[in-house]
Design a protein around this ligand. Structure first.
Ligand code: 6PG
Length: 245
């Protein structure tokens, strides 16, 4: 069963998430692997990790940073998930640059996905009895349509059972400023994690969140529902502004 923690404000979500991150790094051995979430919600948590309370308390030398997904844009773009994480957190803490593993959003999507899978393979290795990497922590957000990472409703990426990273195209964003081409970790990777932490703020997500948490199984329509770690924890930090949970 997931842990559902309703927080009185987004600020409380950031506090809880930052505390959890810091404790998890403290408990880890020589290496702590985390996949960051994109979108806008996690920014407050990232800023907190880079502020006085945590910056010098976390052993950044053992942290390896990855990304759950990336929009296919340059790392300087306002739409880049890497850019947001770098500006709010990575450039402000003493994490070795070689331990920051970004997805090359500027490359053709299928090439960026294959390269990133190669990066994960190199760092996690692969064995017969553990065919997917086991992240210590994966941070995720959820969109008002129930998508998470870049696993969008009705897309082929949802059916991936073997690849670790895939490219995807979100038709509804074609012709809009929001990047339609994405690279994303797949369900098997999300579900192999030791801990998955969702951060969800904003009343516009109420309907989807109710379906994800309490509705009939339908991950094709509400992809966040498909995130269920097989041998790990699942925590939802949710804004109290979202009614009816
Ligand atoms: C992305 C994401 C995506 C995001 C949700 C929530 O690259 O768009 O990783 O899954 O987490 O869309 O985004 P907000 O936090 O901005 O609502």
């Amino acid at each position: 069963m997931p842990d559902l923690i309703v927080c009185p404000s987004p600020g409380e979500i950031f506090q809880k998430a930052a505390a959890l991150f810091s404790e998890a790094v403290g408990r880890a051995g020589d290496r702590f692997t985390v996949a960051l979430a994109g979108g806008s919600t996690p920014r407050g948590m990232y800023e907190l990790l880079a502020a006085d309370m945590y910056r010098d308390r976390i052993d950044w030398q053992k942290v390896h940073i990855f990304f759950g997904d990336e929009r296919c844009v340059t790392p300087e773009s306002d739409y880049s998930n890497y850019r947001m994480a770098n500006a709010s957190l990575l450039m402000n803490v003493s994490i070795p640059k070689r331990q920051i593993h970004r997805i090359r959003g500027e490359a053709p999507p299928n090439i960026a996905a294959a390269e990133y899978e190669g990066t994960l393979l190199r760092i996690f290795g692969e064995t017969d009895d553990r065919p997917f990497p086991r992240f210590d922590l994966i941070l995720l957000g959820m969109g008002p349509d129930g998508h998470t990472a870049s696993l969008f409703p009705g897309t082929a990426a949802l059916n991936e059972t073997k690849r670790w990273v895939v490219s995807t195209h979100v038709d509804k964003f074609a012709g809009t400023p929001t990047p339609a081409d994405r690279v994303t970790l797949t369900y098997p990777v999300l579900n192999a994690a030791a801990h998955v932490l969702f951060m969800v703020a904003g009343a516009d997500k109420a309907a989807a969140l109710r379906e994800v948490l309490h509705g009939a199984p339908n991950a094709d329509l509400y992809p966040s529902q498909g995130v269920r770690p097989t041998n790990g924890r699942l925590t939802w930090l949710v804004d109290a502004a979202i009614p009816g949970l």
